[in-house]
Every structure is written in C-alpha cells, then in structure tokens.
Design a protein around this ligand. Structure first.
Ligand code: ATP
Ligand code: MG
Length: 442
C-alpha cells in the first residue's frame, strides 16, 4: 500500500478523554473513530488488525475441532424468556421492538439462541459431541463504556458453544477450549493467564478468565508468578488435555471475586503476584442451565433422554486490539507483534522525487509485496522527522529507511521497531532479512 493513496487519518493532538495508551494510540494512529459512546467506526488500519486477530482466533478454534457458523445480531426475546434470562439480564441488554410490536434484542451473547437451534435438530447421543462457534458483533449497554474498544458497547466476540452427553465429556470439551485459548493468546504475542473466575450472568460451576497483566486493567487479580511466563502448549492430543489443564491450574490464580486470601498466603512470598489484568477471554461449563429450561435433550444409548451438557467460550476479539497495544507499546507509539501487524514493514522514502531513492523504494516495495510481506510505502512528500514519527506511531515491526546518501554507499537502513536497533544493509540483504524475520510467523 502506498501511503499517498491510503486512508490514514492521524491525529496530532491526543483527545482528552483517552486516558490509557491503547485508546490514545488507536485514535492518534487513525485506527478507530468513536461514533457515539462505546460505538466505533473501524478505520482501515484498525480494521486490518481486527481481521488478523479474528483469523488467528478462527484458526485455533478450527484446530480444536469447533465448527464455524454465524448467528444474527438481532434475537427474538422468546428464547430469553424461555430460559428466564430476559428479566435476569438487566439494563445492559438493548431491547428493541419491531413494527409489529414484537420484542427483539441486540444479542449480548448467544446461549439461548443456539440452544434453541440445537434442540431443533439434535435428538440422539450419536450426534454428540459437537462444538459450534461464531465471530459476531455483540451489544451491551454498558454503564460506563470507556478505554476505547476495551469496554465498548458494540464489540466483536468469538463465542463457542459445546454440546455433550454427560459431565465428563463436557469437561473434556472445556479442557480443549482451555488449551485452544492458551495457543490463541500465545500466537497473538500475549501472556494471558488463566484464572479461576466467577460465572456471572452466564451461570455454571466451572469457569476461567484469561487475563493479560497490565496496570490499566480493570480487574484485580492474584496469581503465582511462574504462571505468567509459561509458554503456550502447542498441539495437545485428546489424552493430554487434562494434564495440561491441571498443570496450568495447579498454581494459584484467581480474579478478585474468586480470591481466597488463605490459599494465596500458601504461595511463597516471592512468588505472590497481585496485579491488574485485562480480561480477554472467559470460558464456562454450565451443564444443563439452558438445556433444562429449554428441553434440549438427547436420547442416550440406553434409550433414556437426558439434558445436553453445555459450555460456552468467549474471546473479546475487538478488546484484544486494545489489549495487545496495552501489552506492547512505548512512548513513541504502538509496537505490533508480527502476527497481527497491519503491514509487515514500512518503507520510508526520505527524498521523494530523487531518482535513485524513488527507484530503490519502488524496487523494495515490489519485492516485499511479492514475498507477501504487505509493506506500507511512505511515498509522501513530508519531512523526515514527520515520517519517522508517523511510522513509529503506527508500530510496524520493521522500517526500511531509504535516502540518496545511503544509496550512494549502496545501503538502506533497517530499523527494528521493538528494540530501536538500526542496521545498514544492501537493499537485497534488507529484503532477505525481513522475509526471514517473518518465517514461521503464522
Ligand atoms: P467484563 O467482566 O469485562 O464486563 P464479561 O465477563 O461480562 O466481561 P463475557 O460475557 O465473559 O464478558 O464475554 C466474553 C469476552 O468478551 C470477555 O472476556 C471480554 O474479552 C469481551 N467483552 C465483554 N464485554 C466487553 C465490552 N463491553 N467491550 C469489549 N469486549 C468485551
Ligand atoms: Mg467475563
């Protein structure tokens, strides 16, 4: 993409209501524009990151055997009346009436709808287990939308729903999603710690939240330090799911609501970490909380009918855009992990109009594009300082700086955004360096 043709509306001033880094940088870097409280337009740069995160979430769900579908944003109130949640949910639910005075709502989550769908088709244990997911916009009329996309009113969520014959099978589904979450957050470049969590309005008796530790997080958390740096497990066979789950939950980790001070005191003092965290995922096993009131039952091998055992598994896809920036930025702007960066590298032409500089930039642009790096070429006629600041702000992992002076010596400068390290190399070596840096990034 050539910057001269792109739509990148940068802000010079920091909007005064943006109190945390991710919110500030998302506005300044032209990623989002607030349309009304907690409702955002995703501008091209922000939308690219959102799509990349969504795709990683999708791939890890697919690997875990979940099957993608799409449910509507607008739901009938009937499903929610059947489960009793229509009254229980409270003012966070946006209730709507159509022209025929029928009660609708903009979905804050989909347990009720999917349980209704599932019972329509599935009557036998032979059709279980099953796990279905979608990635769809949700609406919650939050009391205090704030921190930009981190606590929006309209937000993008991945929500998966598992259906099993009994509690044991349902727990296995839970462990499978638990492991999928560790791998998802690992690929996103995040250290997300699973913690025992309250089940809230979703209900149930087994629940974990995944939190990234950050001073600006809204949740208070307590955990064993060693959990923070545990690497993602990678591919885990069915027979090892439980042991990975046990390994990760053996050490103390709990959100504020589930915190047990006596248990925490048993953690060695130098390993006790009390911190703040951003909730990026939340998983629940809730048994027959929805299947019982909705009569979602299957016939077992013995001919008896039983309620389906269910769980649900949410990831805050749009919140993650802000969460990743909270975890990865400096005073000059965003520092994108390679897996979600909107463009693979920036090319800065220090002297647009100079024949040698233009030609070298075009050549690099062509070669990086052909290699799938998706470069952003700053071909605008601005001062060098402005170009550097802009490229630092939007946070691409690598910058190639091309000017007539370097070219006389046959070199371009390659800057690594995260470390600030600068190296001079031939244009050819620069292309190879960047291609090799992206090897293995999926
Ligand atoms: P919170 O405690 O932050 O209000 P929640 O527990 O109500 O979240 P869940 O119902 O567990 O949220 O939803 C699944 C995921 O959706 C959360 O882990 C979070 O990442 C994301 N999410 C929830 N509410 C919002 C929101 N208002 N804006 C952006 N993302 C959200
Ligand atoms: Mg939650």
């Amino acid at each position: 993409m050539r910057l001269s043709r792109y739509f990148l509306p940068l802000l010079k001033e920091t909007p005064s209501d943006a109190t945390i880094a991710s919110h500030r940088y998302m506005l300044r870097a032209g990623m989002v524009k607030q349309d009304s409280a907690g409702i955002y337009i995703w501008l091209p740069l922000g939308f690219k990151v959102l799509k990349k995160i969504e795709q990683i979430v999708r791939e890890e769900q697919d690997k875990a055997g979940a099957i993608e579908m799409l449910m509507p944003t607008i739901q009938s109130a009937n499903h929610w009346k059947e489960t009793g949640r229509y009254d229980a949910y409270g003012p966070e639910m946006l209730r709507i009436k159509d022209r025929g005075d029928r009660e609708l709502l903009y979905g804050p989550t989909n347990e009720d709808m999917i349980t209704d769908m599932f019972r329509t088709y599935v009557r036998s244990y032979k059709d279980l287990p099953q796990c279905l997911y979608h990635i769809q916009w949700k609406f919650r009329d939050e009391r205090r939308p704030r921190f930009g996309v981190m606590r929006g009113r309209e937000f993008l969520m991945k929500d998966a729903y598992s259906f099993d014959i009994d509690a044991e099978a349902a727990r296995q589904a839970y462990y499978r999603q638990f492991v999928a979450y560790l791998n998802t957050f690992g690929r996103l470049g995040l250290k997300a710690v699973p913690m025992r969590a309250d089940t809230g309005p979703i209900g149930g008796d087994l629940s974990h939240e995944f939190l990234i530790l950050a001073e600006t997080g809204e949740s208070e958390v307590f955990c064993h330090r060693d959990l923070v740096d545990m690497p993602a497990p990678g591919a885990v066979g069915d027979s090892d799911l439980l042991s990975v789950f046990e390994e990760r939950t053996a050490l103390y980790a709990a959100t504020d609501e589930m915190h047990d001070a006596d248990e925490f005191a048993k953690v060695p003092a130098d390993k006790q970490l009390s911190a703040r965290g951003i909730e990026v995922g939340h998983i629940f096993y809730f048994g027959d909380k929805y299947s019982a009131p909705m009569n979602a039952q299957v016939q077992g091998p013995d001919g008896k009918t039983t309620n389906i055992h269910m769980g649900s598994y949410g990831v805050g896809v749009s919140r993650l855009v802000g969460g990743i920036i909270e975890a990865s930025h400096d005073d000059n702007g965003i520092v994108w992990p390679k897996s979600v960066t909107p463009f693979g590298a920036g090319i800065i032409n220090l002297k647009v109009g100079d024949e040698a500089a233009d030609a070298a930039c075009e050549d690099l642009y062509g070669k990086l594009s052909a290699a799938g790096i998706d470069p952003l070429y700053d071909d605008k006629n601005d001062r060098g300082g402005q170009k550097f600041a802009r490229m630092d702000l939007i946070g691409l992992p690598y910058q190639l700086v091309i000017g007539p002076r370097g070219l006389k010596e046959g070199v371009v400068e390659v800057k690594t955004r995260a470390t600030g390290e600068k190296q001079n190399m031939t244009p050819e070596a620069a292309v190879n360096f960047i291609i090799s840096e992206y090897e293995g990034v999926a």
